[in-house]
Design a protein around this ligand. Structure first.
Ligand code: ATP
Ligand code: MG
Length: 871
């Protein structure tokens, strides 16, 4: 299982992986950890990240950015209509008010959805992670702005599926940051101590997100969140508007209506903004050849910039204050303020935060990489292959969700708020209905003005196969709704409760128990267990009851309530939540798909069941893509990715030819100059030049095979020259080694001849064999060295380094066993032997023994793991 976290920012993406027991943010093919969130389309290939950014100005119509904020929105959404004005590519209306992004790709026009474009970016980031990990990546955690509503989250999940990723959790960006902060903290207060309260402020390119969290050992709880659609891009736009107006007046160039100029000016404005973060003196913005062969230039200052952004800062102030108010804390209760996000580098932003929180801000975390790191940590927590210290996260959802339903009797339509702002994500509620036939439930946001998209609908859920009771009355149907781990609303299950006939009750009832108790405990997830308000009555329901009790022993109040409102009116709701493991959620979700519905098992004295539960099938209509659509989109993505790879290989082969031409031409005049004859050099030069010309003409666009052939033709000529140079450089060393060996053996022969006692145990006939070899090799060496010296460098050498090394090997094999033959041991006197045997072989050996014992056992890479251990 892969452990990867992706932060898909409006402007930049980061990828974090778990490796060597630690979390690491990894670099892309440009050795940069930041990858621009940009996708560009060429005739044959898509490019993402830095390559795409490099194409942006030249190919602005087919270079997409800013698609993160288009996810999950309708084309008619005023926000989208406003975005269109500043985007230089074409956005069209697709059927059902969907957004289509039109580009020229692969020799035709194509329309992609924002989900598909996001999937393209994810495919690229996935490949970055795969390169670093050296294995396929499927499981991951992806960040999502905490203000994203249901349709936006569903769109993000669809994008993951299209990219072939299994998103274990869509993690709110601010929650990812607080996890990255809290999990490493060793000094958090204990369970019964006052929690440490920390405010996190993330100001990126498109949004400001604030959260206030409380930390205790092993847990974090989100107390409040607030967001606003303001970020670095709004500051860039302020500068842009100011300079665009200036240049329109001064140079008669309207950057607002000319996309290329708009992009160039925006880029320069961002640069000026960044410079102004560190210096206080006025800044000049200049662009050469901006348009109509005109250079443009203008000036601004930090004071002017601050004035331009005054409204933004006011909105920022309100957003920060709202987070404090919603948290229920006072400023004195806050322990610290942590900032992340690139725009928190802007001095006026820092000033506002300091002023609102009345304290210095901290930058404990890496401003750019904290979100990706938090996602990776969450993935590690969910992964069975990593051992991470226990850390529970209680996150909340930000909007009121209501359910509407049609009554069986006219005029008794109803609705109720099922989730309130601040309710825990990963949280279920049960509603009871009385129906004689199938019915539908409509989920939507109760306060459309508070959500980021224009369409408040979440989805319609059809509860099927409902039938009246045997007596012809309305059946009791329990519907469980859930806000899942991704913050997405869905109908988890619907169960029809049937009363058993008296004769059925009398029976031993093993069978009926089997059918009714279909799921073991614990059935429910429980992040934030105990944080959900179990006592507050849901509107407009009568008293809620614990779901487990209700199933076997229907709550009186509920039944009465239902009766007072009419038998077909939706009535009670209760919530239940339990364990913090999202895996349990997956299990539960899978059960929903299987059509299973659970109930609490009997824990006390066994009772004869008086009811039977029947699982009901549910159909849903939500903005999520259907399975078939997802499969089709995934296939298209896989195909495009394959084409990209083929094209990359093709261009790599072309580049290899080009590179060879340039480097060989340069070497022919320098390092290789002496290793080729003048006439050959001339013809090789002209072949290189004609290849270069070919590359710009006929060879501009050829299949990979053609480039590979061209390169091999050139290499056929170039390789012998390079080999000659290599041989020339390696030969002296190889001759030296052989020469030294011969000298060494010659010395041994002299010692032997003089009767030296080191060698006097060796037979004379054996030493004669050595002598023969030494003489022969000496002769071979002298002859071949002389031959090589006499040859010009431009001809192939008569003796190669490999041959010299082979001669050395032969000499060693023949002589070494003879000259290193050990002397026979002389038996020492008996009484000394005993003492000697007890001593180590030598002093060195003794020391070595000690050393081995002292060596600590290898600890593996865990020394680097901080708080994470590799299983
Ligand atoms: P979002 O979180 O809104 O989806 P993002 O994650 O891509 O966007 P970040 O990477 O956190 O955004 O921040 C990018 C913004 O930070 C840009 O507007 C960039 O200009 C700004 N920024 C980065 N460095 C500086 C700096 N030194 N001074 C001022 N602004 C900066
Ligand atoms: Mg961000």
């Amino acid at each position: 299982m892969s452990v990867v976290g992706f932060d898909i920012g409006y402007q930049s993406c980061f990828v974090a992986i778990a490796r060597h027991g630690g979390v690491e943010v990894i670099a892309n093919e440009y050795s940069d950890r930041r990858s621009p969130t940009i996708v560009t389309f060429g005739e044959k290939q898509r490019m993402m990240g830095i390559s795409a950014k490099n194409q942006q100005v030249m190919n602005f119509k087919n270079t997409l950015y800013g698609f993160k904020v288009l996810l999950g929105r309708k084309y008619s959404d005023p926000f989208v209509q406003n975005e269109l004005k500043m985007l230089p590519f074409e956005i069209v209306e697709s059927p059902n008010d969907k957004i289509g992004i039109k580009v020229k790709y692969s020799e035709g026009e194509k329309v992609f959805t924002p989900e598909q474009v996001t999937a393209m970016m994810l495919t690229y980031l996935k490949s970055v992670a795969e390169k670093a990990l050296g294995k396929p990546v499927v499981d991951c955690v992806v960040s999502v702005p905490s203000y994203f509503c249901d349709s936006q989250r569903r769109a993000f999940l669809d994008a993951c599926s299209i990219a072939g990723l299994n998103c274990l959790r869509l993690l709110n960006e601010t929650t990812a940051v607080s996890l990255a902060y809290g999990i490493y903290k060793q000094d958090l207060p204990g369970e019964n101590e006052k929690p440490r309260n920390v405010a996190f402020v993330d100001m990126g390119h498109s949004a400001l997100q604030v959260s206030i969290c409380s930390f205790q050992k092993g847990r974090l709880k989100v107390l409040s969140k607030s967001c606003a659609g303001i970020g670095g891009r709004d500051m860039d736009t302020c500068l842009f508007m100011r300079f665009a107006e200036d240049f329109k007046k001064k140079y008669k160039i309207d950057a607002l209506t000319r996309p290329k100029q708009m992009l160039r000016l925006l880029t320069e404005c961002e640069k000026v903004k960044k410079v102004m973060s560190t210096v206080t003196n006025p800044q000049t913005l200049s662009i050469e050849c901006f348009a109509d062969d005109k250079d443009v230039t203008g000036k601004t200052s930090r004071e002017e910039f601050n004035t331009m952004c005054a409204d933004l800062m006011l909105r920022m102030r309100n957003t920060l204050e709202m987070a404090i108010a919603d948290s229920g804390l006072t400023l004195a209760d806050l322990d610290s303020v942590e900032v992340v996000g690139g725009s928190c580098r802007v001095p006026m932003v820092k000033e506002v935060i300091t002023d609102v929180f009345k304290r210095e801000i901290n930058t404990t975390l890496n401003l750019d990489e904290a979100v990706a790191r938090g996602c990776c940590l969450q993935c590690a927590i969910l992964s069975p292959s990593f051992k991470v210290r226990d850390f529970s996260i209680t996150d909340t959802q930000p909007y009121s969700v209501k359910l509407r339903w049609q009554a069986a009797i006219e005029g008794e339509e109803g609705e109720m708020i099922v989730f309130k702002p601040g309710d825990a994500i990963y949280h279920s509620k049960v509603l009871t209905f009385y129906r004689k036939q199938p019915f539908s439930l409509h989920a939507e946001y109760a306060e459309p003005a508070n959500i980021p998209v224009s369409d408040p609908r979440i989805g319609t859920f059809f509860v099927k196969d409902v039938v009246p009771t045997a007596e012809g009355e309305a059946s009791k149907v329990k519907v469980k709704v859930r806000m899942n781990i991704h913050g997405v609303f869905f109908l988890k299950s619907a169960t029809m409760i049937e009363k058993l006939k008296p004769e059925e009750v009398e029976l031993p009832s093993v069978e009926s128990m089997d059918t009714s108790i279909s799921e073991p405990k614990p059935e429910e997830p429980a992040e934030g267990a105990g944080d959900v308000d179990m006592t507050a009555p849901p509107e407009p329901a009568p008293a809620p009851a614990d779901e487990g009790e209700k199933i076997d022993t229907p709550t009186e109040g509920m039944d009465q309530g239902a009766e007072t409102e009419g038998t077909d009116q939706g009535a009670g709701a209760s919530s239940q939540d339990s364990d913090s493991s999202p895996n349990l959620e997956n299990k539960a979700d899978a059960n929903t798909k299987d059509g299973k519905v659970g109930k609490e098992p009997e824990t006390k004295k066994p009772k004869k069941p008086t009811i039977r539960q029947v699982d009901l099938p549910i159909d849903e209509e939500t903005p999520s893509l259907r399975k078939t659509q997802l499969t089709k989109a995934n296939e298209a993505e896989v195909n495009m990715n394959y084409q990209d790879q083929l094209e990359t290989q093709r261009t790599d082969s072309k580049n290899a030819v080009e590179e060879y031409v340039y480097s060989m031409r340069e070497k022919l005049e320098s390092s290789l100059s002496d290793f080729i004859s003048e006439s050959d050099k001339e013809s090789f030069r002209s072949l290189l030049s004609s290849t270069e010309d070919w590359l710009y003409e006929e060879g501009e666009d050829q299949p990979k095979k053609v480039y590979v052939e061209r390169l091999s033709q050139l290499q056929k000529l170039g390789a012998p020259i390079e080999r000659r140079q290599e041989e020339h450089e390696g030969r002296p060393g190889a001759f030296d080694l052989l020469g030294s060996k011969i000298v060494h053996l010659e010395k041994i022969l002299v010692q032997f001849d003089s009767g030296d006692e080191v060698f006097n145990h060796i037979e004379g006939t054996e030493m004669d064999k050595v002598r023969e070899q030494v003489v022969a090799k000496r002769e071979w060496l002298n002859t071949n060295m002389a031959a090589c010296h006499s040859l010009p460098k431009s001809t192939d050498p008569t003796t190669t380094c490999a041959q010299i090394r082979a001669e050395l090997k032969l000499l060693e094999t023949a002589c070494q066993p003879i000259v290193s033959k050990p002397k026979p041991k002389v038996e020492p006197p008996k009484d000394e032997t005993t003492t000697k045997e007890e001593e180590p072989e030598s002093e060195e050996a003794a020391k070595e023994g000690e050393k081995m014992e002292e060596d600590p056992q290898p600890t593996g890479d865990n020394s680097k793991t901080d708080d994470m251990d590799l299983d």
